[in-house]
Design a protein around this ligand. Sequence first.
Ligand code: GLA
Length: 680
Amino acid sequence: MAVRFDEKKNLFTLQTLDSTYQMKVDDHGVLLHTYYGAPADETDFSYLIGPEDRGFSGQPGDEKKDRTYSMDYYPLEYPVQGNGDFRVKALKAGFEGEVPALDLRFVSYELEKGKYSLPGLPALFEAEAGEVETLKITLKDRLEEIYVTLFYGVFEKKNVITRAASIENRSGKNVTLKRALSLGLDFMEGDMDLIHFYGKHAGERQFERRNLPHGITEISSSRGTSSHHHNPFVILCDKDTTEDFGNAYGVSFIYSGGFKIQMEKDQVDGIRLVCGLDDEEFLWKLAPGETFVTPEAALSYSEKGLTALSDQFQKAYHANLIRSPWKDKKRPTLVNNWEATYFGFDAEKLLKIAGEAADLGLDMLVLDDGWFGKRNDDRTSLGDWFVNEEKLKGGLKKLVDNVNSLGMKFGIWFEPEMISPESELYKKHPDWAVHIEGREPGQVRNQLVLDLSRREVIEYVYESVASILRQANIEYVKWDMNRPFTDIGSSELDADRQGEIMHRHTLAVYELQGRLLKEFPYLLLENCSSGGARFDPGMLYFSPQIWCSDDTDAIERLAIQESTALMYPLSVIGAHVSDCPNHTVGRVTPFKTRGIIAMAGTFGYELDVTKIPEEDRDMIASQVETYKKYCPLIQSGDYYRIASYQNNHYFDCYEIVSKDKKEAIFVFVQVIAQPNMHSI
Ligand code: GLA
């Protein structure tokens, strides 16, 4: 049994192979968090709290005498606003118009075989019968009929524990959720380093490690996507934790919209981490009888350092989060026409590229942006999902048939969540754009976000994409999203529900992608968001690969891909060989090096194969062959970081080793030579 409840001690113990997690219901019915770390027995770890009268840390209403008992420093499992806890909270809820206040106490628990699911949300699932146990703990406000259920999915062999929460309003009045996060995690001692991944467009997921200071440190996105700027993943580890040694805790949020991860080092040098939905623009109305379910977060712990922690996340996400039938299959090697032609193509040009690519052994042509409406640049036509026959004479089906007859598969780009003010759709439905009534909305890349809190808009988007896919043999879709939310308002939604727009949008994206995959079950979906702004576990539930970054410079990619692989399997990292000088940074890198680096991901080309120098073109066939040969190893092997160019500024080195240790790929990239050094 991975989950046990000791009725005498009121102790929940969650065991995985290499970790133990413990909670205790104390004499007041408060759910304490007492332990998470190296495997331990069922000792009651609440003795570690060491109660003391901490100056001006108050007591809850039902405890007036014992001044050592305070929510202000006790380690709590799901901290809420309103009970005298002044640290960061997971939940701020209360009756409409009132200051949020709750005081949660234990009611009951349930233990189940298998994994709980979360309606409409991505979540880890049981891949092998018997590998997961679910624990649900229900708490209730001491006064009001407001219930909170905490969900735990214990993946014993994977060393992963998932968490989520639901908030149920059984009172007769409206409840407002000001913040509804997925988890709180309290550490009683807190001299820890934080590892996180910051970035920008064309420079996502840069590794940063620093000692966590007192006060609140926040990693978040309020852009409506998980974003280029931060990834919903952090690691807390000991100061001396290395790749192979030391405590490391990973927290990963399985969601594709805005998020918030806060860590607070408090007055007693403990650390609290809370993680969940972004709450900057969030205000959710919970009418009587309604329940709000948070997205899921996954926790993993290793006492053997960062490599083991990465491996645990990579393996769990591969096996228990990605559902696509493509996940263990060799992915088609592709040529994408974006950096080859941008908007300047026609059917003839595309067929020339496809023909040359077919001769070189590539499997698929991906037609990127610019094939619909009047889109010859990025100023128009998002929303007008009908084929531009001036560019593609004879229509899409004819092009796809011709590409197929060359022995190539065909894939296509969409940006379904958007609308250009200069489009047929906007002329007909200006109110379908997210906007604040009477205020002229700002623009990003000349476009606005569609209001997916409206059912008719969801239906329009679905039919737009599906009807194109029904027209021809399209086997791959690149689903893009190139704009953060601004001017957040909906002309349809009630005034007291406007704070729900961003979360409703993400739920609608999940619904749309889920429906699409139901109608086209073998579709290979690649998510993308102006490069890597939605490189998150939520997307992996729908697409087995995600475009990693618009920065296709191979050397820059070393850092981006390496940080990405701290949690995500290589099989999901969209990586292409692009032309030189590189379009983003202008660097010239040998074609061979570009090929090798793109192989640590889903391999493809993003250049005009008909135009590149002959000596480069001559290398493509053997690169494709090499990738196809090693694809199973890259997708399923164990990944080891050996040397990081980010740290040493001269070279990069990593290795991928098969399960049986009989086969390995060893990659060494000398970025710049060092004079008068030993050869390495
Ligand atoms: C985004 C994507 C690119 C490309 C363009 C097309 O920036 O990340 O790969 O598809 O959009 O407009």
